[in-house]
Structures are given as C-alpha cells and as structure tokens.
Design a protein around this ligand. Sequence first.
Ligand code: URA
Length: 234
Amino acid sequence: MKKVRIDKLLSDYQFGSRNDIKQMIKEHRIFHNHMLVMNAQQKVEYESTITVDDIDYRFSEHVYLMLNKPKGYECSHDSQHPTVYDLIPLPYPKSLFTVGRLDIDTTGLLLLSTDGDWAHRITAKKNQSTKTYLVTLNELVDERINRLNQPIILEPEGKVLAKEINVINEYQILLSITDGKYHQVKRMMHATGYEVIDLSRVKIGSLALDEHLDYGRMRNLTSEEKNLVFDIIE
Ligand code: URA
C-alpha cells in the first residue's frame, strides 16, 4: 500500500497547513492505527486508520464521486455563486475537481475526482465519453428534431454531431453527444429552432446517475462504475 507523510495527507484533506498539523501532533491530537503520532514526517499508508480529535478516518489515494448537481451551483472553485464544492462535506482533498462542467442551471450527473489520468480519459478530445442529457424543450417535439440527424455548425468551434436522439414525450428528448463544447446542448437545440427550458445529464458512457441520489447528494463510485464511464471502442 502506498505511503504518504502524515502532515501532507492531513493538509491535502484540508485539516490545516503543514504547520497546523505539526502543532496538532505536538498537542497529541493525531493517531495512526490507534498509536499516537509523534512526528510530522511519519509515513502512513492510505486506507489506514487516522484519528484526529477522536474521530477515525480512512483516506484514499484518489477520490471518485458522483453528485446529483442541483440548479444554482457552479462547477468552479471560485465564484460569486454557490459552487458544487459547497455541497461536499469535509474532509475531502483540496485537489478534488469536476470532470468537465455543467452550467449553473443544469442538473444531474457530475463526476468529481482527484485522479487526473482517469478524468483525462473521459474528457480527452480524441476519445471523449458519450454524455446523455434529458432535454426539456420550450415547444412540442416535431420534425425540427430531425435536424439533429445532420451535423450542426456552432460558431466558432465548427461541426458537432448528435450521437443518439430518443423522443421521450411531447416536450422531452434524450440527446447523446461525445464532444463537450461550451453550452453545447443548448446551442444545438437553438440551431434546430428550440430553446432548452430544462437540462439534466443522466449518463456518462454507460454510467447512469443513481436514482437514489436526491439533488445535492453524492456517493463514491464503485470500481466497476469507474470503468463504465468509458465508451467501448468497437
Ligand atoms: N450542454 C449545455 O448546454 N449545458 C450543459 O450544462 C451541458 C451541456
């Protein structure tokens, strides 16, 4: 099991600066596997038991979360608005980031991780995972939807394609896309003659949003789910 310095681990998980952790060690507030920690340089394994102020923790090397994003939250560390990070209970690593972004008024499946390689495999240009959105339109679904069967030009980025379109009811479609341009779904629908009045991401690859998660709730991904986000290349 990979080891890490206790002061680095606790400072990554936002218990304080490395100096703060040193002070906490001096004050005998930190234990590793129930043994008092005496030295900030002590190395500990991820997943071992770390006790801080009588609370036991097990920290992973990487975090993989799915969040049901509510409206009104931005996917940014630094904003005038509430951010998705306000929804995540401490302690979580300060290196946690969103895998791609959803607009402030978009809801649904948002992944967060500390694992840059994994995130890159989902968002990298050449093999981006398919993202599926439930799109609620301002007008009845009609033949304009067929426009999505051809490439759509977004300025200035150029051509984008719908990978799959399924009509759900009079006002709603499921739209799958592989690239992730700014406001892409809203702009694609605008190009077909509709406005989007509600947008929710329901799937990334074949990983669906857990229906047991209310808005603002999250959970860790299982190791199988970590792979479901990747499209199978035929
Ligand atoms: N497309 C959009 O227009 N907005 C989102 O949040 C995601 C995809």
